[in-house]
Design a protein around this ligand. Structure first.
Ligand code: ZN
Length: 77
């Protein structure tokens, strides 16, 4: 054999799944934080731009409802 190595989880014959999963988890967490930030900024932009839209269009596109939906999505992360 001789293809194994040691990681914090002990000796592994090939790639350590726990190492892989924990790196993957860390990457996922970073990606989620990044997307959360982008969504937060997008919500702010929508609210800013809505200030330039007429009441007619704000109501036509249910802006308040849309923003609420997006904020709820953030809360559920
Ligand atoms: Zn490991």
């Amino acid at each position: 054999m001789g293809v194994g190595y040691y990681c914090i989880h002990g000796a592994v014959a090939r790639d350590c799944y726990t190492c892989f999963a924990s790196k993957r988890h860390k990457d996922d967490q970073a990606r989620i934080a990044e997307l959360e930030g982008a969504l937060r900024e997008a919500i702010e932009s929508v609210e800013d731009w809505a200030g330039y839209a007429s009441a007619y269009f704000r109501e036509k596109h249910d802006l308040e409802g849309e923003v609420k939906k997006l904020r709820k999505a953030l809360e559920n992360v």
